[in-house]
Design a protein around this ligand. Sequence first.
Ligand code: MN
Length: 128
Amino acid sequence: MANELILIVEDNEKNRKLVRDVLQFKGYQTLESESAEEGIRLAREKKPALILMDFHLPGMNGIEAFKVLRADPQTSSIPIVAVTASAMTEDRQKIIAAGFDGLQTKPINVKEFLEAVAQTLKKPRGTA
Ligand code: MN
């Protein structure tokens, strides 16, 4: 059953709404944050099954947040998928090098996005 809790960290309201609507339509529960700092707090408190992490955020960026979450035993096993604009080749390289559990490009392709979410939730972290 697709009822897992997913944390969306995204500062753009339109993007956040699209991702939320698509996930809720599929039956997932969602939590949202507009900043990495708040996202980290929510991750520690709510222990989501998956985190979708934007790269460009108002304070700490997505990679910095990823490192904080991985370094914390409370959140280190939560899969984290980066969501970033396709044109940013340099960002993509940084994201891949950092070791994210996946990478989705904005604007999202709804079908591929949902498949990637389901796949990531199915497999234990670190077996990509
Ligand atoms: Mn952003």
